[in-house]
Design a protein around this ligand. Structure first.
Ligand SMILES: [Zn+2]
Length: 122
């Protein structure tokens, strides 16, 4: 293993790091955009619910379908926010909302257990 190989390795490591950082940034902005989209959709659905209820309050099937749609989107948002935190290397404590380092299982502020996987959102 000559010195040039070592330099070559170091350079490819460095460029891999840069690539990963760039990927992280685009993943982050993708997620943020998707979250924003879902939040806007939820506001629109709330408006639709208001309209349906105003015109036909007895149409509970349709109202229920809208509510289910909102629940689905809220779960989706929660999951994406969790992914976002993962990209940042932090988690948000579900109890006190503190930002906690990814590697910890419990919140250092209030001691609550932190969510560990996507399973928590199903
Ligand atoms: Zn906490």
């Amino acid at each position: 293993m000559g010195i040039f190989n070592k330099i070559g390795d170091a350079v490819s490591d460095a460029s891999r790091n840069v690539n990963e950082k760039t990927k992280n940034i685009s993943d982050t902005s993708n997620l943020k955009r998707k979250i924003l989209y879902e939040e806007e959709r939820i506001m629109e659905i709330f408006t639709d619910i208001g309209k349906v209820y105003y015109k036909t309050p007895e149409n509970t099937d349709e109202l229920k379908a809208y509510c289910d749609d909102i629940d689905t989107r809220k779960r989706r948002i929660k999951k994406m926010k969790f992914e976002l935190q993962g990209l940042k290397g932090v988690r948000i404590c579900p109890k006190c909302q503190a930002e906690v380092q990814d590697k910890f299982q419990f919140c250092g502020i209030c001691g609550a257990k932190l969510p560990t996987s996507e399973d928590d959102f199903d």
